[in-house]
Design a protein around this ligand. Structure first.
Ligand SMILES: Cc1ncc(COP(=O)(O)O)c(C=O)c1O
Length: 292
């Protein structure tokens, strides 16, 4: 399911002349966001499996998979077949009821982790950012509280509340130009980053000092936070942009218990590590914790 000849470079330099023209025109007509992928200056003309062609005939191996969106590779024949079939029957209908949509909701509900299985309601977002934005909105409405919190090193998106939630390098890079931030967004931490432990401790002798510190931040009147007004904590079960950090056993369940004690909802951001990318459909399933 990839072109076996890749990688193969046929032009003297990268970008080749056709790629170069496209890149220059893109620069002229489009805003360049922080995220524009120009690590290799090339335009894409076609991709298949884990290989890519540029318009000058060069072939590359793709290690990005469309920011991990193409879990099954580019243009997998089964995916292409379904998209073709469905587009020929029904395209945009403004969210009106239809059978594939109903089936998808049912399926997602059936694979929800733990006791949530068969017991959740689905809302469809347009992107990772919008999914997290919607989750925080719902949490505020459900709890009638004002604040949402995230972790040091997190990345939750590039718009609105999600932009304010993120503190990873990527988040900061995007945030820099968009002050002021919401006063109703809190940053907790540290995340359980054992390889670079901010407490300079070793797991398990550390006794999860990081989780205990978060408990202090939330629970102690001396920390300055008002736990009774925190609607939700948004957390990546495995941190992505913050350094690809799987927390040790016990961290997420500790945070979940703290949330339960203070009536705070636990929102798992599965945008980067969910959908099977960490081996189970939702990465939080590795830790036996149920999000809200
Ligand atoms: C953990 C996490 N949450 C949210 C997002 C935002 O997703 P999107 O870029 O689709 O808005 C990302 C994107 O990288 C992410 O890694």
């Amino acid at each position: 399911l990839s072109w076996p000849e890749a990688p193969k470079i046929v032009t003297k330099e990268i970008p080749g002349p056709k790629s170069k023209e496209i890149l220059e025109k893109e620069d002229t007509y489009e805003t360049v966001t922080e995220m524009a992928p120009r690590g290799i200056p090339m335009a894409w003309s076609e991709a298949f499996g884990s290989t890519v062609k540029d318009p000058d005939g060069n072939m590359y191996i793709d290690l990005v998979a469309g920011v991990a969106t193409n879990n099954v590779g580019h243009s997998h024949p089964k995916v292409v077949e379904v998209i073709r079939r469905e587009c020929a029957i029904l395209m945009h209908n403004g969210g009106a009821p239809n059978l594939p949509r109903q089936r998808l909701g049912e399926k997602l509900s059936q694979i929800a982790p733990g006791k949530l299985k068969g017991n959740v309601k689905i809302t469809y977002g347009l992107s990772g950012s919008s999914a997290i934005e919607i989750a925080t909105k719902f949490a505020k409405k459900a709890t009638q509280r004002h604040f949402v919190a995230s972790f040091e090193g997190s990345y939750h998106g590039a718009i609105g509340t999600t932009l304010d939630l993120g503190t990873s390098a990527r988040g900061r890079g995007i945030r820099g130009a968009y002050r002021p931030f919401s006063p109703f967004v809190l940053h907790l931490g540290p995340y359980a980053y054992c390889y670079r432990c901010p407490f300079n401790l070793k797991y398990p002798e550390c006794d999860l000092q990081c989780a205990k510190y978060v408990e202090f931040q939330i629970g102690s009147p001396r920390s300055g936070l008002d736990a009774q007004d925190i609607a939700a904590i948004v957390i990546e079960p495995i941190q992505g942009e913050g350094g690809y950090v799987p927390p040790p056993e016990g961290f997420l369940s500790y945070i979940k218990k703290v949330c339960e004690r203070f009536g705070i909802l636990f929102i798992a951001d599965e945008i980067q590590f969910g959908m099977g990318r960490a081996g189970k459909f939702f990465s939080i399933e590795h830790y036996g914790v149920e999000p809200d």
